[in-house]
Design a protein around this ligand. Structure first.
Ligand SMILES: NC(=O)c1ccc[n+]([C@@H]2O[C@H](COP(=O)([O-])OP(=O)(O)OC[C@H]3O[C@@H](n4cnc5c(N)ncnc54)[C@H](O)[C@@H]3O)[C@@H](O)[C@H]2O)c1
Length: 296
């Protein structure tokens, strides 16, 4: 099976490419920035160029679309992030629709539903989450133009899934994707301890390792189901390294709980994903060490 993998030179794209190749998939990787010494499956393509996308995607069976500006500050202005993400998404999805490709995975973002409130605002504003634990069914709640571009991507998938009943279109609302190097983990940990890591309050302090994200992509390729689906995958654990009940008490008072906080293993419920494709994250609780500055 041949996979058209966008953003293939990026963090997630690289992890996904390695996992796909190891599993025996053929890849056509597309990225506008490719290293000089590049693997033979990686091509320099600007996803804003419709005809280049068509040329490279022809002959592929599946798309894994991870090529976007990955946050609202990733381009000189938020307008560019929005405009270019939406343009890339429509080029990729319309081309896939035209070519009869009926299995799509899209790297959306938890920011599609996590609002605009930071966890360290003074004075704090209450959470807008409609329920906890979170899951892939949360309604859209964008807090910036990057998040809005992801919702636009999801809307496109919903639109095409209605047109093509055999289309399997899955939007993966990834939380912060992390690598597991000790220096990186320490950086995140100390930033949180100072209350200075720019995460949205309504992300539930969630994260996922790049390797687990890549494994999920593999699992979903093997268990596609028709229709449009939004999934919220996350490690079982959180960036504060604290029991969910303690976090609920401090940050999410007043949010309706689907199960008692003491029984929550995580603030994100991934059981639907596990039932669907068998995936569970391997790297859990990687931030579970005492913080230097405990929360109140
Ligand atoms: N990193 C995270 O924490 C995170 C969290 C949630 C969702 N995501 C999503 O996952 C995807 C991958 O993120 P990442 O962290 O690997 O980011 P990344 O920046 O490492 O990778 C994105 C890649 O897309 C490429 N790209 C951007 N514009 C392009 C264009 N016009 N044509 C071709 N290629 C283009 C970039 O060159 C880059 O290599 C993105 O869609 C991002 O929104 C990332």
């Amino acid at each position: 099976m041949k996979v058209f993998l966008t953003g293939a030179a990026g963090k997630l794209g690289t992890a996904a490419a390695h996992a796909l190749l190891r599993a025996g998939y053929e890849i056509v990787g597309a990225d506008r920035r490719v290293p000089k010494e590049k693997p033979e499956w990686l091509f320099e393509i600007d996803l804003l160029d419709e005809s280049a996308v068509r040329e490279q995607m022809t002959g592929c069976d599946v798309i894994v679309h991870a090529g976007n500006h990955p946050n609202v500050k990733a381009a000189p202005t938020p307008q560019i992030v929005y405009r270019e993400n939406v343009a890339m998404n429509v080029n990729v999805f319309q081309t896939a629709a035209d070519l009869g490709i009926r299995r799509w995975l899209f790297a959306s973002s938890i920011q599609a539903c996590s609002g605009g409130r930071h966890h360290h605002e003074t004075p704090p504003r209450p959470s807008e989450l409609p329920y906890l634990p979170m899951d892939g069914r949360l309604p859209p709640n964008p807090g910036n133009l990057y998040a809005l571009s992801k919702i636009a991507g999801e809307d496109m998938m919903r639109f095409y899934a209605r047109q093509f009943p055999d289309l399997s279109a899955v939007a993966l609302r990834f939380p912060m994707l992390v690598d597991v190097s000790p220096s990186y983990l320490e950086h995140i940990r100390s930033a949180y301890a100072r209350g200075r890591f720019p995460t949205m309050l309504d992300e539930g302090f969630s994260y996922l390792t790049l390797n687990d994200a890549a494994q999920l992509i593999l699992a979903l390729l093997e268990h596609s189901a028709p229709g449009f689906h939004t999934l919220l995958p996350a490690a079982q654990g959180n960036k504060l390294g604290l029991p969910p009940a303690d976090i609920v008490r401090v940050y999410y008072a007043g949010v309706p709980l689907r199960i008692p906080a003491e029984r929550m293993e995580s603030l994100v419920d991934i059981s639907e994903i596990t039932r669907w494709c068998g995936w569970t994250p391997r790297d859990n609780h990687i931030f579970d060490v005492p913080l230097t500055a405990p929360i109140a």
